[in-house]
Write a protein that binds this ligand. Structure first.
Ligand code: PMT
Length: 202
């Protein structure tokens, strides 16, 4: 997601959307009716998916809540911007004469936690944990704290995988299981994750 600061600047992060798009494609190939809720990315959406394009976290929250009402599985692979400016300037913020400046931020809503704690909720709510250290420990905390059924823990300190790479690796964790997944293309990894979730659902 993106959070505007003024008409020419925004807060975002290094996510390319490749993991999310690979998951949507794998879900379609597995025969699922698929809704892809996407922030601004430079990727071709898989044909057959319903594409909902959003920009901010609030927009992604609204689209996710609507789509989750009829979904069996909700997967949150988006790198959601956690904080947004308290106010957005209508005009370009000028640098002239400014020695230092501050930006006041407020936390954004937690999309996946709101889906997992809604009633009724999708049978499986699956998150991703982007961590740089103590990856599995923090992922387990997010699994419990956000009431998720599964979380895929990936180490984003490794620039060969994760953000913007064609590859990823990690561990698919639930309360009862832990499935390590070796480095592979995001396409192959997405197929493995979707297969594991399909088995769990059936
Ligand atoms: O997009 P790519 O370049 O392919 O990179 C893939 C990836 C590294 C972005 C992906 O594999 C990944 O790790 N996605 C999750 C990124 C993230 O925001 O992780 P987190 O640990 O901060 O959040 C945990 C979970 O909560 C995630 O499912 C996230 O979507 C969700 N979340 C977080 C904050 C928030 N306000 N709302 C949320 O729903």
């Amino acid at each position: 997601t993106r959070e505007p600061i003024c008409p020419v600047r925004y807060i975002s992060n290094r996510s390319s959307g490749k993991m999310g798009y690979a998951l949507a494609e794998a879900a379609l190939n597995a025969g699922a009716r698929t809704t892809l809720i996407s922030g601004p990315v430079h990727l071709e959406p898989p044909s057959g998916a319903t594409l909902l394009q959003v920009e901010t976290t609030e927009e992604m929250l609204a689209a996710s809540q609507a789509a989750a009402e009829t979904a069996d599985i909700f997967i949150g692979a988006a790198a959601v911007v956690d904080f947004k400016p308290t106010s957005v300037s209508d005009t370009k913020i000028k640098r002239e004469g400014v020695a230092t400046t501050t930006l006041d931020l407020v936390p954004n809503p937690d999309i996946i936690a709101s889906i997992a704690n809604s009633s009724p909720r999708p049978a499986l709510v699956v998150g991703f944990a982007a961590e740089t250290n103590d990856v599995e420990t923090y992922a387990r905390e997010k699994l419990r704290g956000k009431s998720l059924d599964f979380i895929f823990a990936n180490d984003v300190s490794n620039t060969a995988i994760g953000f913007d790479s064609e590859y990823n690796a990690g561990v698919l964790i639930s309360a009862e299981s832990e499935t390590p997944m070796q480095v592979s293309s995001k396409r192959v990894l997405a197929e493995t994750i979707i297969e594991a979730l399909s088995k769990q659902l059936s």
